[in-house]
Design a protein. Structure first.
Length: 179
């Protein structure tokens, strides 16, 4: 299908909107875990109040992976994920992944790298929660992974992105995987 067809029917804008929204979700998760902004991190369960910057925030020594990996994982890989909980290298990879995915998708720069990293993260999260509670085999992590795959396929034609500027930068030219 030609590029004109995509522009005429608006699907490039739909893909761009999906990319931006997913980028926001990943970047917000990074910021919330980093600073404890009170959505997934630093929210008092009993009262629902937010304790911004609590001890669970990564900047205050908390682990962005420990709570989930130690307590929420289920299924055949539960022991594997429990053993990863709170390890510094896992925390760093997870947070770096959230940042790279979030910024890459939101800005429309290293879209394919961000989409690939997002797919890997979503599949890991899906496998940590086997079996999904609401349907056999498929949950939101699989849906996100499929959406990220579509975004990767349309990376060269993304609307509302900084891709054309990014491709001219020295970094993108030296490191082709960042295209």
């Amino acid at each position: 299908m030609s590029l004109k067809k995509y522009v005429a029917d608006g699907s490039l804008y739909a893909w761009a909107l999906l990319r931006i929204v997913l980028g926001y979700i990943f970047l917000w998760a990074f910021l919330d875990k980093l600073f404890g902004l009170g959505f997934a991190t630093c929210k008092v369960k009993a009262s629902g109040l937010v304790d911004v910057g609590c001890s669970q925030a990564w900047v205050n020594g908390g682990s962005p992976t420990k709570g989930f990996l130690a307590n929420a994982t289920t299924g055949p890989f539960q022991d594997f994920y429990h053993n990863l909980a709170g390890r510094a290298w896992v925390d760093w990879l997870f947070m770096l992944g959230l940042l790279v995915i979030g910024l890459g998708l939101l800005l429309g720069t290293w879209i394919r790298l961000a989409a690939f990293a997002g797919i890997v993260l979503m599949l890991l999260m899906w496998s940590s929660l086997l079996w999904p509670a609401n349907s056999p085999g498929v949950d939101e992590h699989i849906v996100y992974a499929i959406a990220l795959f579509g975004i990767a396929l349309t990376a060269e034609h993304q609307a509302w992105s900084l891709r054309s500027w990014w491709l001219k930068t020295r970094l993108a030219q030296v490191l082709p995987f960042l295209k």
